[in-house]
Design a protein around this ligand. Structure first.
Ligand SMILES: [Zn+2]
Length: 149
């Protein structure tokens, strides 16, 4: 039983961000931040494009959203299970709900999110699994750099 019902149209916007990143040679990881049914921020991993190790999909999304008075009424949609940096940022700002595309290619830290009281839904989405899996197979060095391996 999922703790809440994700809006799949918002999830598809995160997937669209991932596709955009992939189309320019970046890591196919996208995210959107939603409040009251509206997307207030969106982004995709920009590590390769901007030579910036911090700009994971979730981080780029939060940067693009700009300063927010509160995150307590937001939902983060991301195509891949969040790494420790993004998990920490989600907890830091108090984002209460996270929808994850998949955690097969990268387990991430959903257990840490849940321990901090964040509600997590993992969609186990076929397209995300395929897109990320394909990228890792084609560019293992870029992926290992992403997660500090
Ligand atoms: Zn991350």
């Amino acid at each position: 039983m999922q703790p809440f019902t994700p809006d799949l149209s918002h999830f598809q916007e995160a997937v669209a961000e991932a596709r955009t990143g992939l189309s320019v040679g970046g890591l196919p990881i996208g995210a959107v931040l939603v409040r009251n049914g509206e997307i207030v921020g969106r982004g995709h991993n920009q590590r390769v494009q901007k030579d910036d190790p911090i700009l994971h999909g979730e981080m780029a999304c939060l940067v693009n959203a700009g300063r927010q008075k509160t995150y307590k009424d937001t939902i983060m949609y991301t195509t891949l299970s969040p790494c420790m940096m993004c998990t920490g940022t989600i907890i830091q700002f108090g984002v209460p709900k996270v929808v994850v595309g998949e955690s097969r290619n990268f387990k991430g830290y959903q257990d840490v999110l849940r321990l901090a009281g964040v509600e997590v839904v993992d969609l186990d989405d076929e397209e995300c699994i395929g897109m990320m899996g394909g990228f890792i197979a084609d560019h293992p060095e870029l992926w290992n750099e992403d997660i500090g391996n």
